[in-house]
Design a protein around this ligand. Structure first.
Ligand SMILES: Nc1ncnc2c1ncn2[C@@H]1O[C@H](COP(=O)(O)OP(=O)(O)OP(=O)(O)O)[C@@H](O)[C@H]1O
Length: 306
């Protein structure tokens, strides 16, 4: 579990993270979203004790990271894939970390296998591609078999096989009851991977809720209805307070209804004896919902500059 209480970070006059209060819970993948510069990396760095909060606090399993007795066994993080020394081999990098944290050497072999780097473990990290470095960073995060994992943009540089592998890995880690906190700009991937989403904009919390409810709230949830007697139905839809817009390419016999439910629209047509040839829901994507959420945060930010 990761807890933040009024977590704030200022760089001079500029506020990078402002009064974030939230809990990242175990047993699910929590996606961490926000535009460039929103404060995601800064937040993760504060959780991992790499940046000191200006005020407020971040706790890992109930304690500040710096006070954990066996930090790598409590929380693992991928924050910067370039952090491993380029002159060392992947195995030497992990072995050094294991040794200084009292982690058995057998874990090094195990995590190299998990991330698919066993065959290149003896190669210098400097010769690795970005995707291989990401895998090494994930291996380092997993080294202490921690219950809490923070991964900042782990998908960067991974090929499609790697992206799928990572999705299955993090879902498996959450299914084991671990806390997985993951940032990414790839909304379609996040939609596949995360159970819960935290969105920030300009350092402030915008949303903290299940991914399904974020998508549900997206105003682009629409119902498409097609009828040979559409004109007879329109006044009744309007009478229910539903707004409508034309459905493109429909030949005029279909419209999109905003805000209703399939059942309500279907029942309404039935009550008024209007035949329906199509009644379908078009769900908003996470990307659409995210764009709406963060667009309003930018408007807010412009009225009230940080
Ligand atoms: N050491 C620093 N000194 C001054 N400002 C900083 C420092 N580190 C971060 N910032 C600023 O804090 C804000 C938040 O940055 P941060 O890197 O946390 O955002 P982010 O959400 O991770 O962005 P991205 O999606 O681009 O990685 C930005 O405006 C950034 O310029």
């Amino acid at each position: 579990m990761i807890s933040m209480r009024h977590l704030t970070k200022k760089h001079g006059a500029r506020t990078a993270v402002e009064a974030l209060t939230l809990e990242v819970r175990p047993g699910r993948v929590t996606g961490f979203l926000g535009p460039n510069g929103a404060g995601k990396s800064t937040t993760m760095r504060m959780v991992m004790g790499l940046d000191a909060p200006t005020s407020g606090q971040a706790l890992v399993n109930g304690r500040p990271y710096a006070e954990l007795r066996h930090p790598l066994r409590e929380a693992g993080a991928l924050l910067d894939p370039r952090s491993a020394h380029p002159g060392r081999s992947a195995r030497a990098h992990l072995t050094g970390m294991a040794r200084s944290n009292g982690i058995p050497a057998a874990r090094v072999t195990a995590v190299l296998d998990t991330v698919g780097l066993a065959a290149v473990a003896g190669r210098r990290v400097g010769s690795f591609s970005l995707g291989m470095r990401q895998r090494l960073g994930i291996a380092a995060a997993l080294l202490g078999d921690p219950p809490v994992l923070l991964l900042d943009e782990p998908v960067n540089g991974l090929d499609p096989d790697g992206v799928r592998w990572l999705r299955e890995l993090v879902r498996g880690l959450a299914a084991e009851g671990r806390t997985v906190f993951l940032s990414s700009h790839l909304m379609s991937e996040m939609q596949e991977t995360a159970d819960h989403v935290v969105v920030i904009g300009r350092g402030r919390l915008i949303a903290d809720e299940p991914i399904a409810s974020i998508i549900e709230r997206g105003s682009r949830n629409t119902i498409r209805i097609r009828s040979p007697r559409l004109g007879d139905l329109l006044p009744h839809l309007a009478g229910e307070g539903l707004s409508m817009r034309p459905a493109g390419g429909s030949g005029g016999d279909a419209i999109l209804v905003l805000g209703g439910t399939l059942a309500a629209v279907g029942d309404l047509a039935f009550r008024h004896g209007v035949p329906v040839h199509e009644l379908s829901q078009r769900r908003a994507s996470l990307e659409e919902a995210y764009m709406e959420l963060t667009a309003s945060s930018v408007e807010y930010g412009e009225r009230d500059p940080a």
